[in-house]
Design a protein around this ligand. Structure first.
Ligand SMILES: [Fe+2]
Length: 257
């Protein structure tokens, strides 16, 4: 199974780099479309829109609809749950009976569980209701491995100004305990930090990918890469688990990989 991950597109209206952010998303989807084999799924780990506006989601939805493989979206701290839900409800995977953007995708050999770590401010949160919902999602299948996707990384990212991306340690450790106890979660993939990082959550390998929006990336990139977005490809092998590759999105990058 192959999953492409994109994140933090921050589609905005009126920002000085608004056109670039949209171009970065377009180019990334075009590059993923050229991969052979095509990934089984694309997961956007949140901060789809910068101001949570309908019009921003409309632009993002048009760009994501060009993907040749199913796309699943998460809510980041910049997203508006109601507007996000309205823009992507037709995908059929957003649970109508739960007000958080939290769901499982059961159509693949690896189950995908998308978590909603949105809270009131920039940092992440996780409450009892989401924990109970996550526990039910995990228990719904006892045979397949699970890849978990979050916007805020539930582990310390020691590069950057602040290693801690949750409001409080209690919420983060409550979440990591549930994930660790499951014994079925084999990887955790996140966004939010706008720079690449890796770590672990209760022994589970965990990674953060940088922002798809090139103007919002942190960290150092060679000059030739400055206007080229990157995305991640996570390949699952039943013996070895996930192997992750960071790929550069550019026109005409059609490759067997
Ligand atoms: Fe972001």
């Amino acid at each position: 199974m192959i999953i492409a991950q994109i994140s933090d597109t921050h589609i905005a209206l009126g920002a000085p780099d608004a056109d670039q952010r949209l171009a970065d998303l377009d180019l990334t989807i075009a590059a993923i479309n050229e991969l052979a084999p095509l990934p089984d799924a694309i997961v956007h780990t949140g901060d789809i829109a910068h101001n949570g506006r309908h019009e921003e989601y409309a632009l993002a939805a048009v760009a994501l609809a060009k993907a040749r493989t199913p796309v699943y979206v998460l809510a980041g701290n910049k997203d508006d749950r109601a507007n996000l839900r309205a823009a992507f409800i037709r995908g059929g995977y957003l649970t109508p009976d739960f007000d958080f953007v939290q769901y499982a995708v059961d159509r693949y050999p690896v189950r995908l569980i998308a978590l909603d770590t949105q809270s009131f401010g920039n940092k992440g949160g996780f409450c009892r209701r989401r924990i109970e919902h996550l526990t039910r999602l995990i228990q719904a299948d006892t045979t397949r491995p699970i890849a978990v996707f979050t916007h805020h990384p539930p582990f310390l990212v020691t590069e950057g100004p602040d290693p801690f991306h949750f409001e409080n340690r209690g919420a983060m450790s409550m979440l990591s305990n549930v994930l660790g106890r499951s014994r079925r979660v084999v990887a955790i993939f996140s966004g939010h930090v706008h720079r690449a990082a890796s770590g672990d959550v209760d022994g589970i390998p965990a990674m953060v990918m940088t922002a798809t929006a090139t103007t919002l990336r942190h960290g150092q990139y060679p000059a030739a890469l400055r206007s080229l977005p990157v995305y991640q490809v996570h390949r699952f092998d039943s013996c070895w688990g996930f192997a992750t590759e960071t790929r550069i999105a550019s026109r005409g990058s059609a490759v067997r990989f």
